[in-house]
Design a protein around this ligand. Structure first.
Ligand SMILES: Cc1cc2nc3c(=O)[nH]c(=O)nc-3n(C[C@H](O)[C@H](O)[C@H](O)COP(=O)(O)OP(=O)(O)OC[C@H]3O[C@@H](n4cnc5c(N)ncnc54)[C@H](O)[C@@H]3O)c2cc1C
Length: 600
């Protein structure tokens, strides 16, 4: 019943007019990304996911994954064939290095495609998504032998990957990990322990699954400092690259969960499984962070992907459904009722969705560009700046981006009235699927703590200062243009709130760490509002320039300007309230004893 069309025009507007991809053509990372190739990726990728993966989204949700008696897991009907088509189409290889069989596309281009993949079928998208994270960790920390052994097949999609952090007693606090890694005479380790909630942990889509597992070696400190990272294949890999014996890892059960039913979330039992150290002993968390950072940006993209598909259906329904009359008099007098679109309250939800989605899309693309630049910009200073910016914004894209995803999904469900609650319309699935993105890969509360606890203070606050400099520079420029001056002034006020809140935390954090803990979430949101505000300033600037320059797509560009005005009038002012919450400190949050929360 739901529908989906990849928003290629909007992606192209961002890539071409806002980011100006052609301006980076001289950098090695962008060599493979000619405008023709990028357009082909977007057009063909959008078509592929809409035709092959979207039709399996509802049926996959209804059927779910099944663990069989022999501990194998069967994915829903059609998934195997669709995955085969995905691999054969080369979609897995887009952003991977040529050396291991990839297409060398910049991260920004593969990110654009991945948004479409998620919108079409988030549960499916997680199988290649986890693999991509595992590939990133092996590329950064694996030995040459490990790279050669695992990467070509993971990059082609013949094998998939997982990340194994969580255990029953250990979620956010990875120092509590109990899984053991005993060194063996042949240089391998025997891995023993139980991991839970492992996405794509067991399935029938690929010939092998390469698990990246956090575990502790004998005598390692009983804290996060004692963690090492291991590569543990489901099937051992022979020296000639062929698949060998079954390793000692098996799926104990799969979780029955709220959403993403078509992705298998497994309890994995490691019973002396053969594993190999990745990187240095006891430096596992740093190695896993490569995977986690890639995955966090990917989860932020899940917020965007789900929001987009929910929004497209909300718009369609508001066009089709007739109830009541416009407050200003009948819009369609020949009909018995007007469409839902005439009601300002329905418009409120759709306009909010539109402004947040398009802004978040630009932010995700810009974040992906920073990843590319952090590796490939021409000079060290530019690489460091990009690294600082993406480091600062990763928790914001993950945390605020997935909050937007969930809010938009519920708002678009609301547009359907009671039908939004009925499974066959598909909207309740989006709400269920969107919810997990706020929880895994570090809950959004933990993202907020990462932002204020680590990212703000890192290198003496260099990243946030660079961000302020960037935003204020663009505001100053926009103020010179009378058509952009109003937006620029409102963004300036919002950034002023962020600067004041940052200062407040710097002054109060040492006196009372709970003040910073209490401020973290509103601060993450405040940063998100300003960062997306910067994106809207850029989009408004590009739209204005297009109109002035005679671009024929006037309707699209004028719509951008109206949406930018909505953002300036209705979203940017939220920073004042967020700043007040931050400056209220932690007194009332922490004042009561736990008993006071119990039923009176
Ligand atoms: C469907 C699904 C798929 C998953 N996939 C994977 C996977 O592939 N691999 C994997 O390793 N894990 C996976 N996870 C696990 C997921 O990452 C964890 O559930 C998540 O990180 C939170 O850990 P927890 O559930 O133990 O919650 P807890 O850590 O117990 O947290 C409970 C609450 O306390 C808060 N909290 C905890 N510590 C702090 C703190 N220091 N400061 C502030 N607040 C805090 C949290 O924000 C949360 O609200 C998955 C989970 C689910 C449900």
């Amino acid at each position: 019943m739901p529908r989906y069309t990849a928003p290629v025009r909007d992606t192209r507007f961002i890539l071409e007019k806002v980011i100006g991809l052609d301006g980076y053509a001289n950098l090695p990372a962008f060599a493979a990304a000619s405008p023709e190739i990028v357009n082909a990726v977007l057009e063909e990728g959008g078509k592929f996911v809409a035709e092959q993966l979207f039709p399996l989204n509802q049926s996959g949700d209804q059927q779910g994954c099944k663990r069989n008696d022999d501990a194998s897991v069967t994915t829903p009907d059609g998934f195997k064939e669709a995955y085969k088509a995905f691999v054969e189409g080369g979609w897995m290889t887009l952003g991977a290095p040529e050396e291991f069989g990839g297409q060398n596309m910049p991260h920004i281009v593969s990110t654009a495609f991945e948004e479409y993949l998620i919108s079409a079928n988030m549960a499916f998208a997680m199988y290649p998504g986890l693999t991509k994270g595992a590939v990133a960790a092996l590329l950064a920390h694996g030995s040459q032998e490990q790279k050669e052994k695992y990467l070509p097949k993971m990059i082609s999609g013949e094998w998939t990957g997982t990340m194994n952090l969580t255990e029953p007693q250990c979620g956010t606090d990875l120092g509590l990990i109990k899984t053991k890694a005993e060194p063996q005479a042949d240089g391998s380790y025997a891995i023993t322990g139980t991991k839970i909630f492992i996405s794509a942990g067991e399935h029938d889509l690929a010939d092998n699954i390469i698990h990246l597992v956090l575990a502790k070696t004998p005598g390692a400190p009983d804290s996060s400092k004692g963690i090492s990272l291991f590569v543990v294949p489901k099937f051992l890999v022979n020296d000639d690259g062929s698949i060998g014996e079954r390793n000692g890892v098996s799926c104990g059960s799969i979780e029955h969960k709220m959403g993403i039913h078509a992705n298998s979330t497994c309890v994995l039992n490691y019973d002396g499984a053969k594993g190999w150290l990745v990187g240095e002993e006891m430096k596992g968390l740093a190695a896993m962070f490569v995977m986690m950072n890639a995955a966090r940006l990917g989860v932020g993209l899940q917020g965007l992907g789900i929001a987009e598909v929910a929004y497209q259906n909300g718009v369609q329904y508001a066009n089709d459904r007739r109830q009541g009359r416009a407050l200003t008099g009948p819009k369609d007098p020949e009909e018995k009722a007007d469409t839902l679109f005439v009601h300002p309250d329905v418009r409120r939800m759709l306009m909010e969705a539109k402004a947040q989605i398009e802004g978040l899309r630009a932010l995700c693309m810009w974040g992906a560009l920073q990843v590319d630049l952090s590796h490939d910009a021409g000079d060290e200073e530019a690489r460091e700046l990009a690294d600082d910016l993406v480091g600062l914004l990763t928790p914001v894209i993950k945390g605020y981006g997935t909050d937007i995803g969930y809010k938009v999904a519920t708002d678009c469900q609301q547009v359907y009235g009671g039908h939004g609650y009925i499974a066959e319309w598909g909207m309740e699935q989006y709400v269920r699927d969107a919810r997990i993105a706020m929880i895994y890969e570090g809950t959004n509360g933990v993202q907020a703590m990462d932002l204020v606890g680590r990212k703000l203070a890192r290198k003496g606050g260099r990243a946030v200062q660079a961000f302020f400099k960037l935003v204020s520079g663009e505001i100053a420029e926009a103020k010179q243009d009378e058509k952009l001056a109003d937006f620029a002034a409102k963004l300036e006020k919002a950034m002023g709130d962020m600067q004041a809140a940052t200062m407040w935390m710097a002054q109060n954090g040492f006196k009372n760490p709970n003040d910073v803990g209490a401020a973290a979430y509103p601060y993450m949101e405040l940063t998100g509002v300003v960062a997306i505000g910067l994106m809207w300033l850029r989009m408004a600037t590009a739209a204005q320039a297009g109109l002035a320059g005679g671009d024929s797509d006037t309707k699209f560009l004028e719509t951008k300007l109206v949406t930018a005005r909505y953002y300036a009038d209705r979203i940017l002012p939220r920073t004042a309230s967020l700043r007040s919450q931050i400056e209220a400190g932690s007194d009332t949050i922490m004042a009561l004893e736990p008993e006071a929360f119990e039923a009176a």
